[in-house]
Design a protein around this ligand. Structure first.
Ligand code: ADP
Ligand code: MG
Length: 728
């Protein structure tokens, strides 16, 4: 092996697990680095505490005096935990989180300083934001942006820094982040769902969105990672032949976790628990070196903050264990990719999960109302939901045969299908008799029993009902959940508002409440039928069937993003107060630009690796073959020698063929990249990158991977899949 590859390999063999000693129970660690309500009660004057709790629950602003008081308490608490700095922690549209640290320190005279942190510093900060993506908003309007405290998500300490969750907006008030529109969307669905709940229970005054995410990821040894420029720069292997042993034996899934990995998981779980992230589940995933971590679900805004924190923690702690985490949706062709299932539901202040079937006909009618309205929302807005999960990385996964397809559909299982079919067919036109109503209610009352033994699960559906929640499975592993959650909550809120209006109108015309609800549900069930699919989402038959049904199949990111141009999308976000047209346009631009940058980097790196790594290795091997062939001919003469060296001559030709083909495809890609780069419009550029640059990737890779199989192992410069995926 070339020295570089060999050295990495040796490093890996010498590793030992680094297990952290723990002298406390896990429960004693939970939330110790969080400024949560118990800590607030201890540190805040009781009046301030009350106002703070109110602000958290209602989302109102704290006045300046109260903010000062909270800031002082936060500072005292943070100092007691050894913190020296504070930062506003926010989620710019880069997809990761950002922070700018300031010391608590304030000089008050020569050689004298105090620890200072007041309400102003808590409430608002002005990070130097000029290099965050803004889609033109800050260029055209005001160059600065500022961060503002989100009291609904508690402050926490990482290292020596107090982190304050904030939103990030421009001076003209446009959101430049994920959190702002998420909070707006959560507010919308709260209001809309409460209105609908009031039909069933007057005690409901608040509805929270719950989110339980499941994070899939790969681990690769740090030394091997560093020997693979593609993993380092793009997060995925641009090249690499599938190993002889892949996941076909399925011996990794739920298998015993390797010790080194276990030590890593233990440490990052301990750190997560300290930050109040309720991680409980860990296991191996299907692919070799693939794992999953899932916490208990929480309120959506908090759950999302926690997911971002966890991704950050994983990266940091993996390095301590000589691993690197790959959050990319498809790091290795030929083995499973990674997703981030978003389990989603709605829960009331009265403790009811609105997507869990109830104990009696009344609560089941409420369940059906939310259930059917959600399906209708997905039906009407499928393209928008598709756009919310679009990314260059997820394009490799959606539609590949282990991930849900790019066609959005809803799976509900056979029992609920039967219930909906029943409602669809058996509600007669005209006024319902008391007997009709009793009969329907009786059927509805049976739902919990049938669901209990409803074991069917469909892993191939992008949006599946799983007994008491929907699971949005098409979200990419590296995504900020907000992107999907903003859309999902907005479209369901919109649907609930329209449902409530219709019910009110029906009742005004003299229909009884239950009758109005049942009849409207029937209308919705009929209107949304084509989005429901119970079969195998991976199959080619589904693609054909979906096309017949008129469902769209937007296969790549640029096509998916085009929906943001449509008037109905602009109207929807505008009417719901989630994104104004300027914010929407900015987001669209940023997404197109982000796509271009990703594909551009991959394309450049492919060219570099072809020229600087694969060509030289192949040529060196050719020279070895030529020397050998010439030697044999020298000894045995031309005729006999050529016969004897047949295998070598064949190989020489084969190497030559792939070398030329690889180089030619790479040149073509370069030409197309030049053309694409000369375009100004972000969307046109994204389309050009998708249709004309990226199309060459597979061909270049095909030939490079063939060379990997032919060229002598000793000469191949990059660690192979079998090393990346199986060595611990
Ligand atoms: P899997 O999908 O791997 O089979 P489960 O169905 O047990 O796993 O649960 C997956 C996730 O769903 C967990 O993270 C859990 O916290 C979350 N979850 C459970 N109930 C709810 C709910 N009401 N709202 C949101 N998420 C939920
Ligand atoms: Mg799941």
């Amino acid at each position: 092996m070339p020295e570089k590859r060999l050295a990495a390999y040796r490093d890996v063999l010498n590793r030992t697990p680094k297990t952290v000693e723990l002298h406390q129970k896990l429960s004693e660690l939970f939330g110790t680095l969080v400024f949560h309500s118990d800590v607030m009660r201890e540190y805040l004057p009781s009046e301030t505490y009350k106002s703070m709790m109110e602000a958290i629950q209602t989302g109102t602003r704290l006045d300046r005096k109260l903010a000062d008081s909270v800031a002082t308490a936060m500072k005292d608490w943070a100092l007691s935990k050894g913190a020296t700095h504070y930062t506003h922690w926010f989620q710019p549209l880069t997809g990761t989180t950002a922070e700018k640290h300031d010391a608590f320190l304030k000089p008050v005279g020569p050689g004298r300083a105090i620890e200072r942190f007041d309400g102003d510093m808590l409430v608002q900060q002005e990070p130097d934001a000029s290099s965050f993506p803004n889609g033109g908003i800050r260029n055209t309007f005001e160059a600065r942006g500022y961060t503002a405290w989100d009291p609904s998500s508690p402050a926490f300490i990482i290292g020596k820094t107090l982190c304050i969750p904030t939103i990030f907006i421009s001076y003209t008030g446009e959101s430049l982040d994920y959190k702002t529109p998420l909070l707006r969307a959560l507010n919308c669905i709260d209001k809309a769902a409460v209105e609908v709940c009031q039909l069933f229970d007057k005690n409901v005054i608040k509805v929270n969105t719950t989110l339980g995410w499941e994070q899939e990821y790969f681990l690769v040894d740090q030394a091997l990672f560093n020997a693979r420029p593609d993993l380092m720069l793009t997060g995925r292997a641009l090249f690499g032949h599938a190993p002889a042993k892949g996941q076909q034996l399925e011996d990794h899934y739920f298998g015993s976790i390797p010790e080194r990995v276990n030590a890593f998981m233990r440490e990052f779980e301990i750190e997560s628990l300290k930050l109040g992230i309720p991680v409980t589940t860990r296991h191996n995933e299907v692919a070799p070196n693939q794992f999953e971590c899932a916490p208990i679900f929480e309120e959506c805004n908090l759950a999302n903050d926690h997911n971002l924190l966890l991704m950050d923690l994983m990266e940091k702690i993996a390095r301590k264990h000589d691993f690197r985490v790959l959050l990319h949706e498809k790091p290795f062709a030929g083995v499973n990719g990674s997703g981030k299932h978003n389990n989603w539901s709605l829960s009331t202040n009265t403790g009811v999960n609105l997507l869990a079937p109830g104990k009696n006909p009344k609560s089941n009618l409420q369940f059906l109302t939310f259930f059917v309205n959600t399906i209708k929302a997905i039906h009407d807005n499928a393209d928008l939901l598709r756009a919310s999960i679009a990314s260059a990385g997820n394009d490799h996964r959606l539609g590949a045969n282990e991930a849900p397809p790019a066609i959005i559909s809803v799976f509900i299982g056979s029992s609920l299908t039967a219930v909906l079919d029943d409602l669809e067919k058996n509600i007669k036109a005209g006024k319902m008799t008391p007997q009709d109503k009793t009969e329907l209610k009786l059927n509805i009352g049976k739902i919990p029993q049938i669901l209990l033994d409803n074991t069917d699960r469909n892993r191939t559906s992008p949006f599946a009902f799983t007994g008491n929640k929907f699971e949005f499975r098409a979200v990419g592993s590296s995504a900020n959940c907000s992107s999907a959650m903003i859309v999902l909550n907005t479209i369901v809120a919109n649907q609930l508002i329209s449902f409530k209006k219709t019910i009110d109108a029906r009742m005004a015309k003299g229909e009884g409440k239950d009758e109005a609800i049942l009849k409207e549900l029937q209308v919705l069930i009929k209107a949304s039928k084509k989005i429901r699919f119970e079969g195998n989402g991976y199959g080619e038959e589904w693609r054909i069937e979906a096309e017949k049904r008129g469902l769209s199949n937007r296969k790549d990111t640029p096509r998916a993003l085009q929906v943001y141009h449509e008037k109905w999308v602009e109207d929807l976000f505008q009417n719901m107060g989630v994104l104004n047209p300027r914010e929407l346009e900015a987001r669209r631009e940023i997404e197109f630009e982000g796509y271009v940058l990703k594909i551009q980097i991959e394309s450049r790196l492919m060219g570099d690796l072809v020229n600087n790594n694969f060509m030289p290795a192949a040529i060196e091997y050719q020279n070895k073959l030529i020397q050998n062939i010439q030697g044999i001919i020298g000894v045995f003469g031309e005729k006999k020698g050529k016969e004897m060296a047949k295998a070598q001559i064949d190989m020489l030709q084969e190497v030559n063929y792939h070398l030329n083909a690889m180089k030619e495809a790479s040149e073509q890609m370069l030409e197309e990249r030049k053309k694409a780069n000369s375009m100004d419009d972000a969307e046109q550029k994204a389309l050009a990158y998708c249709d004309h640059v990226k199309v060459h990737f597979d061909e270049i890779r095909y030939h490079a991977d063939k060379l990997e199989m032919i060229v002598e192992d000793e000469l191949w410069p990059l660690p192979k899949f079998r090393e990346l995926l199986f060595i611990r």
